[in-house]
Design a protein around this ligand. Structure first.
Ligand SMILES: Cc1cc2nc3c(=O)[nH]c(=O)nc-3n(C[C@H](O)[C@H](O)[C@H](O)COP(=O)(O)OP(=O)(O)OC[C@H]3O[C@@H](n4cnc5c(N)ncnc54)[C@H](O)[C@@H]3O)c2cc1C
Length: 458
């Protein structure tokens, strides 16, 4: 935790009349906030613009896990890694879509970026002794050291600016707004068996009760919320102006730099960025037109934050930019559980590999049939579904392919109540027995990938 408390004002009224900056960053998710922070670390006068009322974007909903091989943190968990090994892994995983110069830049600069962030800001990470790569079966995979989690953060340090952090989805919290990470879950589940876990859990719970007396949610932030809060804390410490409710409508080239027109609180104004503009507006999940154009007729669900409207893509297109067509897919797919919350909003809960691959859990379609190897990563899920559709002669509606998490975290009502037809969301406990009955790989070769991920998930 950061030890130097400081109170910040929630908005940047002192900057309200400024209209000239070195760098303007558009979009305050993890990407934009980190870009703004690096700009400030290098001495630029930076403005960060965010269209919604919160900073954080989808990053605030996320695990915040940052995958970078060979950082100084890898050494703290004794990672058996090297640049060659990481290169071999990425080459195998990315296959024909590999961009060699980009890969080399990532391998060379990733560790430096983490080191610089830790040295020059309050953005801090930790590595875990067990956190295997998603594709644990390919050459160069390791079981620890590459996946870095943000350290928990005390939201109270932000003062009134705490209210600027996009809250996590309710499904990621317990007891009315208490965030927990995997270390916390381990202690909470073990609190009746271990004195250390009992003490840890009691401290968590007491802190949360205290928090709730004066806050609408817990102030101990973990995962993506911790990353975003750490970034905001660091930005403000470096006097970076952050404007929320500020939507950019146009960017035009100027004689020196760019003119950016932004509407804030209903008032349009034009700002000058003399050294550059960075577009970091996230995905196009909530842009119906782009979804239809790029993905065809798919179910409307997305677990991303409300601001992912593809605004930056449209701004870039006006300047002559275009979306690349040379990648595998413009999407990270995952089966989702959907349900209506009590307040009428729609919960869309994604089941990524670490969730749906847990021992005792399997994913089935509306007919109650497994259609994929649950332990394969998200990129491969649609392809596996395609294979199922081919072999059964049926078309699988991926939007309705729901899954529930029955293991690892306590089952909550809303997971078990998804779908009227039990087959819609059936998951099967005791899956390990099935694997051993089927021999090494079992159906869909799940057993082939069982080893490392299961050691992590237990
Ligand atoms: C539940 C969940 C868990 C995940 N876990 C992980 C994980 O552990 N590790 C990982 O690597 N990835 C994870 N991901 C994916 C990851 O969260 C995203 O890829 C990442 O957050 C994208 O960051 P970003 O900064 O590009 O966009 P975002 O975080 O979405 O931020 C974009 C911001 O731009 C703003 N914006 C949009 N248009 C405009 C405009 N015209 N003007 C101004 N602002 C605009 C948006 O409002 C938003 O705040 C997860 C995703 C989900 C849904």
């Amino acid at each position: 935790m950061t030890s130097s408390p400081a109170a910040f004002a929630p908005t940047d009224s002192a900057r309200a009349d400024d209209d000239r900056f070195d760098l303007i960053v558009i979009g305050a998710g993890g990407g934009g906030m980190a870009a703004a922070l690096f700009g400030a670390i290098r001495g630029c006068r930076v403005l960060l613009l965010e269209a919604t009322e919160y900073v954080g974007g989808t990053t605030a909903f996320s695990g915040g896990t940052t995958w970078i091989p060979n950082t100084h943190l890898a050494a703290t968990v004794g990672a058996d890694d090297s640049v060659e090994r990481a290169r071999a892994y990425l080459t195998a995983v990315i296959g024909p879509y590999l961009n060699a110069p980009l890969l080399e830049a990532f391998l060379r600069n990733g560790p430096k970026a983490i080191e610089r962030l830790e040295r020059s800001s309050d953005v801090k990470f930790r590595a875990f002794a067990m956190h295997p790569d998603y594709e644990s079966d390919v050459e160069g995979a390791v079981v620890r050291g590459r996946a870095l989690e943000p350290l928990p953060f005390d939201g109270r340090l932000l003062g009134a600016a705490f209210s600027l952090i996009r809250p996590p989805i309710p499904e990621f919290t317990v007891l009315g707004g208490m965030m927990i990470d995997r270390q916390d879950i381990g202690h909470l589940m073990n609190m009746k068996r271990s004195w250390a876990s009992f003490r840890y859990s009691t401290a968590l719970l007491v802190r949360h009760v205290r928090d709730r007396i004066s806050n609408p949610r817990g102030t101990r932030l973990v995962m993506g919320n911790a990353l975003v809060a750490r970034l905001l804390y660091s930005l403000r410490a470096r006097d970076v102006a952050v404007w929320t409710n500020a939507r950019v409508s146009t960017i035009r080239r100027a004689t020196t730099g760019f003119d950016v027109t932004v509407t804030r609180d209903g008032r349009p104004r034009t700002l000058r960025a003399s050294r550059g503009v960075i577009l970091a507006t996230g995905g196009f999940n909530r842009n119906e037109k782009l979804r239809r154009e790029r993905l065809g007729d798919i179910a409307p669900y997305s677990p991303t934050a409300p601001g992912t409207t593809g605004g930056g893509i449209e701004l870039a297109a006006e300047l002559g930019g275009r979306m690349g067509d040379d990648g595998f897919e413009p999407v990270l797919w995952a089966p989702v559980s959907v349900r209506k919350r009590a307040d009428g909003t729609m919960a869309v809960f994604p089941h990524f590999i670490m969730d749906r691959g847990k021992p005792g859990t399997m994913v089935v379609d509306q007919q109650g049939r497994r259609f994929m190897n649950e332990t394969l990563d998200d990129v491969f899920a649609p392809r596996t579904q395609g294979a199922f559709a081919e072999s059964s002669g049926k078309t699988l509606d991926t939007g309705k392919a729901n899954a529930v998490n029955l293991m690892g975290v306590p089952v909550q009502d809303h997971y078990t109540s998804i779908g009227k037809d039990p087959l819609d969301v059936l998951l099967f406990a005791g899956f390990e027995l099935m694997i051993s009955k089927h021999g090494e790989g079992g159906d869909f070769n799940r057993g082939d990938f069982f080893g490392e991920n299961n050691r992590f998930l237990r």
